[in-house]
Design a protein around this ligand. Structure first.
Ligand SMILES: [Zn+2]
Ligand SMILES: [Zn+2]
Length: 456
């Protein structure tokens, strides 16, 4: 099947699955997921999906909560069929962590010659099972219990190894089942988190466009459009999320899955993650260093989208002068940068410094090459920056669904967020609006301004 940009509004998720298609961007896009069922009462379809794949010996994995809301019901359905069912239900005092202990329990309980892992849960269960599936070469089917993040359909598993968050390779599920009757009853904070992750795509896609313009990075219009179409659809029904309206929950879940598929299409997380995610990772990292837990991923992403869109607005109001920007570039204090990176990134500092040295991201030559492009194509940059909703609009949408929009509501300290604005860009070599602000020599001033305006 050939997919075309002009038909995006007509496609259903199923149209995006399976076999690859040659895209105008020059690449062939494909995803290994074969089936997606998002509907009311979807868990009743699990037996026929298992039969379709010829899976008989099933290892169901859940935690106490997800077992109660979905696992027990699935067990009942499967016990009535011609299946051999084994299960692991993680019992924890607090939250389940996808660490060595959880993986050990997984291996100990896994029956030999298992046909399929049936993962029942959200973020952590999904991350554990997709990683184990990858390592053990046993396929898995995902039964999502909350529309809380976009990782269900992605090939990356954020795990906690040696106490540190590490992203490892993983496989996508053979099938994803989202029962609206279960998804809509997820804790409201998980629904808000999922929506925060969705609203962050405005920024992620925008950063991707900046990367193409300034660094000649690979970019796909089809993927960008398919994500944005779905984001807009989700935003249109956002005010019904708090009422747990079926179609609002469906739009949210579909958008989260489509973003995951988009990542498979491009082979990286560009369509899903930009400056708003880097800021979120920064906060998470600093909190982890101190042994503290930060707010859920999507909650942070949504919150940060307000800030990065503010930066977009402020940059578009500039009228950069080449000689002035060049002067700022020559004033860069590498020693201060090194000191700050060591202080903020602690055990990860060496990795950050190494990445910067290797790629020369902050080197004078590379910066000046970008500055030249930025000044030459300033009008196009301003046009791109204007494509996102204003920071006020983002704040209003988040407020409408009851998500945090102030530091106090978020529960993260001011210093960490302000440090993040300036240093989160060092986490990855990926062009974003934060790098653009730095290239123009205005990032520090903007962070200070935001400290006085927002983060009081
Ligand atoms: Zn493409
Ligand atoms: Zn995310």
């Amino acid at each position: 099947m050939i997919l075309a940009r002009e038909n995006i509004s007509k496609y259903k998720i199923q149209d995006y699955l399976g076999r690859g298609f040659l895209c105008n961007c020059g690449r062939e896009h494909s995803v290994d997921i074969e089936k997606v069922v998002i509907e009311n009462g979807a868990i009743a379809k699990i037996p026929e999906i298992l039969i379709f794949f010829n899976f008989k010996k099933i290892f169901m994995v859940a935690d106490e909560n997800t077992y109660n809301v979905a696992g027990a019901g699935i067990e009942k359905i499967l016990r009535n069929g011609d299946f051999e069912l084994y299960k692991l239900v993680y019992i924890r005092e607090g939250n389940l962590v996808p660490d060595e202990k959880a993986m050990g329990e997984f291996i100990i309980n896994l029956p030999e010659t298992t046909d399929v892992i049936l993962a029942v849960g959200s973020g952590v269960i999904s991350d554990l099972c997709k990683f184990m599936s990858y390592k053990l070469k046993i396929p898995y089917i995902m039964v999502a219990t909350a529309p809380s993040m976009d990782g269900y359909a992605s090939t990356a598993a954020p795990l906690t190894i040696n106490g540190l968050k590490t992203t490892l390779s993983a496989t996508v599920p053979k099938a994803i089942i989202g029962d609206i009757d279960i998804l809509k009853n997820a804790p409201m904070d998980m629904i808000r988190a999922g929506f925060g992750d969705v609203i962050g795509k405005y920024s992620a896609i925008n950063d991707w466009k900046l990367g193409r313009l300034i660094n000649d990075e690979y970019y796909c219009e089809f993927v960008s459009d398919m994500v944005m179409y779905s984001v807009k659809k989700c935003v249109e029904t956002a005010d019904r999320l708090q009422k747990r309206d079926d179609s609002a929950i469906r739009n949210l879940m579909e958008c989260l899955l489509l973003t995951g598929i988009a990542m498979s299409y491009t082979g990286n997380s560009r369509p899903a993650s930009g400056s708003e995610h880097h800021l979120s990772h920064f906060i998470e990292m600093v909190y982890m260093f101190d042994g503290k837990e930060s707010p859920p991923h999507g909650i942070k992403v949504g919150f940060n989208t307000i800030a990065v869109n503010y930066i977009r607005e402020k940059i578009s109001e500039l009228n950069p002068d080449f000689s002035e920007v060049t002067k700022k570039a020559s004033e860069f204090d590498k020693n201060k940068w090194l000191e700050d990176v060591k202080r903020l990134f602690r055990v990860s500092a060496a990795e950050v410094i190494d990445l910067n040295e290797r790629e020369g991201i902050n080197s004078y030559d590379k910066r000046m090459k970008r500055v030249k492009r930025i000044i030459d194509r300033w009008n196009e940059i301003v046009e791109i920056l204007a494509e996102v909703p204003s920071y006020n609009e983002i704040r209003d949408i988040l407020r409408k669904i009851g998500a945090p929009v102030t530091l106090k509501e978020l529960g993260v300290d001011r210093e960490t967020v302000l440090n993040g604005l300036v240093y989160a860009k060092e986490i990855r070599n990926r062009y974003t609006v934060l790098q653009l602000a730095w290239d123009l020599g205005v990032l520090g001033d903007l962070a200070e301004e935001m400290g006085q305006k927002f983060y009081v």
